[in-house]
Structures are given as structure tokens and as C-alpha cells.
Design a protein around this ligand. Structure first.
Ligand SMILES: [Zn+2]
Length: 273
């Protein structure tokens, strides 16, 4: 039986279908191939910090030991709220990490996860970010030079648009189609003046308005969507699983309920197939 510390599922888009694997690259489990089959995750009663490996009783910031959660830039509040980025003030917790991950081009996008939402992502994370959210379609609408700038624009657009996913709704499937191109045009119409004045503040050439891109659509490996979404957790049960009925976002959908793999980052599990 193979065992490892859980991390978010890896995903790739292949011919329009999300393809998921679980576990370290050397022994990754092809989850799509397990659809309709039995899969059990057995908690080994051990949680390890995803950064330093320290054995901990409880994970902080979604998978870290307390010390790492305090010192790593990726655990700072500005990751959740990029408009609070303090790199320019010289107080980034890890400037080299900031250089590599935040001070690089970002996209502001529209997506349909449980309905229309606005979000941001690094340029390298498309379409991964959308698959992680369980979005059925995504469309970048602005390209900016830093994470901080993307945060300013996201905050602006979120005054009129949703920026959260209702994950229960997302997992039930039957997501109504949205014409993202039409929505993009509406957003530009609605926010044109504010976009111009933000660009003036940030300096010319810092933002690119993406008027002509086409949406990416994403299908998920799901045999049956749950009618009622009941949540499974390794904190409550040492053993979780059943017949794998689908994979969407960072969730495994079993006949017994759903589990968010990402929120179990660092949990050591043995896999029984
Ligand atoms: Zn640590």
C-alpha cells in the first residue's frame, strides 16, 4: 500500500477534460482511471508541514507548521488579499519568493464556477487555477505586471461581481452556461472609466486590456453528481472513501460524500485501491 503526505491534486487540461493525479510525481496515481472504482484514503494519524516536514498536531495556513506559517511569504495575509502586498515597502517576508511569485505578470479573469466570478492568477497558472476552482469556463480579461495590481483590479470588479465560489453548488453540477465574452464586454463598459484612472495611477503600460481572447471550457471526470453534498474529513474519520464517482475542483466525489483534498495538505495517508 502506497503512503504519502497529501498535497493538492495535480491537474492538467487534456482535450477539454480535466485530468487529475494524486501523490508525488514518482508514484502519482491517475485518478481519472479510478472513476467508478473503489478508492480509500487511510489517515496515518500524522500531519507534516508541507514546507519543512515537521510533524505537527494541527496544520496552519492550510498545511504548515506554526513557525512556517509565521515566516513564509506564501502564508502572509497579502496572498489572500493581494491588494495588501507590501513588497514595495521593503517588508516582504521573503523578497526572493515575492520576486518569483508576485512581481510577475498576473491575469484578472472571469470564470463560471458556481456562477459568474472574477479572480486573479499568475500567468503560469492558467488553466490550473480554474480547474482547482471547478470552473466550467474561464476567460482572462486583463493582464497586469504584478500580483498587487491584479488585486487592485479584482477589488474594483468585485464591487459588482462575485469573487467566491459556492462549492456546494459547484459540486452539484448542472451549472448554467454563461456567455463570458458578453460578460467581459459588459464589464469593460461598466468599469471603463475606473480602469482608465487606475491605469493612470499605476503608470502607462502596466495593464493590457484583453479584448479578443476566447474562453477556455473545461469538462470534469464525473460519472454522477451528488444530489446532496455531505462532507468527509480525515479529522472526523480515519478512513474516507468508497466508489469514486467524480473529481471536480479539489474535491473527490465518492458515493459516501465529498472530500476536499487541498484542505488536507500535509495529512499522511495510505491509499487502498
Ligand atoms: Zn514548517
Amino acid at each position: 500500500m502506497t503512503s504519502f503526505n497529501l498535497d493538492k491534486m495535480n491537474c492538467e487540461l487534456k482535450a477539454g477534460l480535466a485530468h487529475y493525479t494524486l501523490g508525488p510525481a514518482s508514484s502519482a496515481i491517475d485518478l481519472n482511471a479510478l472513476l467508478g472504482k473503489r478508492l480509500i484514503l487511510k489517515f496515518q494519524l500524522e500531519i507534516n508541514c508541507t514546507h519543512c516536514g515537521l510533524k505537527v498536531k494541527k496544520a496552519y495556513s492550510g498545511g504548515y507548521c506554526y513557525k512556517c506559517s509565521l515566516k513564509l511569504a506564501e502564508c502572509d495575509m497579502c496572498i489572500l488579499k493581494p491588494e495588501l502586498c507590501h513588497f514595495a515597502a521593503g517588508t516582504c517576508r521573503e523578497p526572493s519568493w515575492g520576486e518569483a511569485n508576485c512581481m510577475i505578470p498576473h491575469y484578472v479573469y472571469l470564470a463560471n464556477s458556481s456562477g459568474l466570478k472574477v479572480g486573479i492568477t499568475r500567468s503560469t497558472q492558467i488553466p490550473t487555477r480554474w480547474i482547482d476552482q471547478g470552473a466550467v469556463a474561464g476567460l482572462p480579461i486583463l493582464k497586469v505586471s504584478t500580483r498587487y495590481q491584479s488585486g487592485l483590479f479584482e477589488k474594483l470588479l468585485a464591487s459588482e461581481l462575485n469573487d467566491k465560489t459556492d462549492w456546494r453548488k459547484m459540486l452539484k453540477g448542472n451549472i448554467e452556461e454563461i456567455d463570458l465574452i458578453q460578460k467581459r464586454d459588459e464589464v469593460f463598459e461598466l468599469f471603463g472609466e475606473s480602469l482608465d484612472s487606475l491605469e493612470n495611477e499605476l503608470g502607462a503600460g502596466q495593464i493590457e486590456i484583453l479584448e479578443n481572447l476566447k474562453p477556455t471550457t473545461i469538462e470534469y471526470p464525473v460519472l454522477v453528481y451528488p444530489e446532496k453534498v455531505s462532507t468527509l474529513s480525515l479529522d472526523k474519520n480515519e478512513s474516507v472513501g468508497g466508489i469514486l464517482q467524480g473529481i471536480k475542483g479539489q474535491y473527490l466525489i465518492f458515493d459516501t460524500g465529498v472530500i476536499n483534498i487541498r484542505s488536507h495538505t500535509g495529512y499522511k495517508v495510505a491509499i487502498e485501491i
